[in-house]
Design a protein around this ligand. Structure first.
Ligand SMILES: [Fe+2]
Length: 302
């Protein structure tokens, strides 16, 4: 995995063909100085609120398409309004920046949520599968992507401290390593198809089950299996990346293995990029998993 460094003179340019390819192959596009995604006043407001009211922040998310904010435990209406304004502005600026810098994707993406992560990652209490400090590939737990890709822009808005990441091998190497364990090399049986049909009916009836196509089921299993494998986490190849205060970076987090060791106060905007909009669809996790499995994984069933 490589980190491609981009200076301020690139803010108004589009990514080159090699940069698109690198991004889709698992590289990190890194801006030591972030594009202007937040103002100084907005940054100061977000990183100082916790000191005023320790219960303010939980897990803040913003849905741009509905202009809806979630996860802010704030009783003060004026403060709540300000957080909402900042998240809206960050999301709008991130989308505008990505629409210019990654123009190729703009006609093929679905704008997803933005989030603010105010909790220090080092030592954060979480269940095994929710731990961020273990290497993994992202996949949505409840919303299948059907093979479309998860693109994320991150901005470290901590006033001083870096955010520290680890990455490991490329998606294909790790997918092959875990293929047997997650059942990717097993021919699907009629029972598998039948089980999925039952889940689909249950989901339609409103039961609390998630109808995942095989692609999303395998991505979930790979995510869990990697985190459960202590020997892998201990001994695998690791590259350490430091993202200083004020930097930003762009990653396809479904295809770049990553773990966050430490860091606090990060803003992030997610895009779901359709396979048809990629410059190198063969590098997408779904293409790699389909090559290993030998059959289509996003096929819809009736
Ligand atoms: Fe992640």
């Amino acid at each position: 995995m490589a980190r491609i460094t981009l200076r301020e003179d690139r803010f108004a340019t589009e990514a080159s063909r090699q940069e698109y390819r690198g991004l889709e192959a698992g590289d990190i596009l890194y801006f030591p100085t972030s594009p202007p995604l937040v103002t100084d006043g907005e940054r100061t407001f977000l990183v100082t609120q916790r000191q005023i009211d320790g219960s303010l922040y939980k897990n803040i998310s913003y849905r741009p398409t509905e202009d809806r904010l979630r996860g802010v435990d704030q009783k003060d209406a004026a403060q709540l309004k300000r957080v909402h304004e900042i998240m809206r502005a960050f999301s709008n600026r991130s989308i505008a920046f990505a629409a210019s810098f990654l123009k190729h994707y703009a006609s093929a993406w679905k704008i997803d949520y933005a989030s603010f992560r105010p909790i220090e990652e080092q030592g954060r209490k979480a269940s095994l599968h929710s731990r961020n400090d273990l290497l993994h590939f992202d996949s949505f737990p409840t919303r299948p992507s059907h093979g479309d890709r998860l693109l994320r822009i991150f901005a470290n808005i901590h006033p001083e401290r870096s955010r520290i990441w680890l990455t490991s091998d490329h998606f294909e190497a790790l997918a092959r390593r875990f293929a047997g364990k997650v059942g990717l090399t097993r021919t699907p049986s009629r029972l598998d198809t039948w089980k999925r049909a039952v889940v689909k009916v249950g989901a339609r009836m409103g039961l609390p089950v998630i109808d995942r196509p095989p692609y999303d089921a395998f991505m979930r299993r790979i995510h869990h299996t990697m985190k459960e494998d202590a020997a892998f986490q201990e001994s695998c190849r690791k590259d350490r990346w430091e993202f200083p205060a004020g930097s930003a970076w762009i990653v396809f987090t479904d295809g770049t293995s990553h773990a966050c060791l430490s860091g606090q106060y990060m803003l992030e905007q997610t895009f779901i990029v359709r396979r048809s909009g990629l410059t190198c669809p063969d590098l997408a996790p779904i293409s790699i998993l389909e090559r290993i499995a030998g059959y289509p994984l996003a096929r819809k069933i009736a």
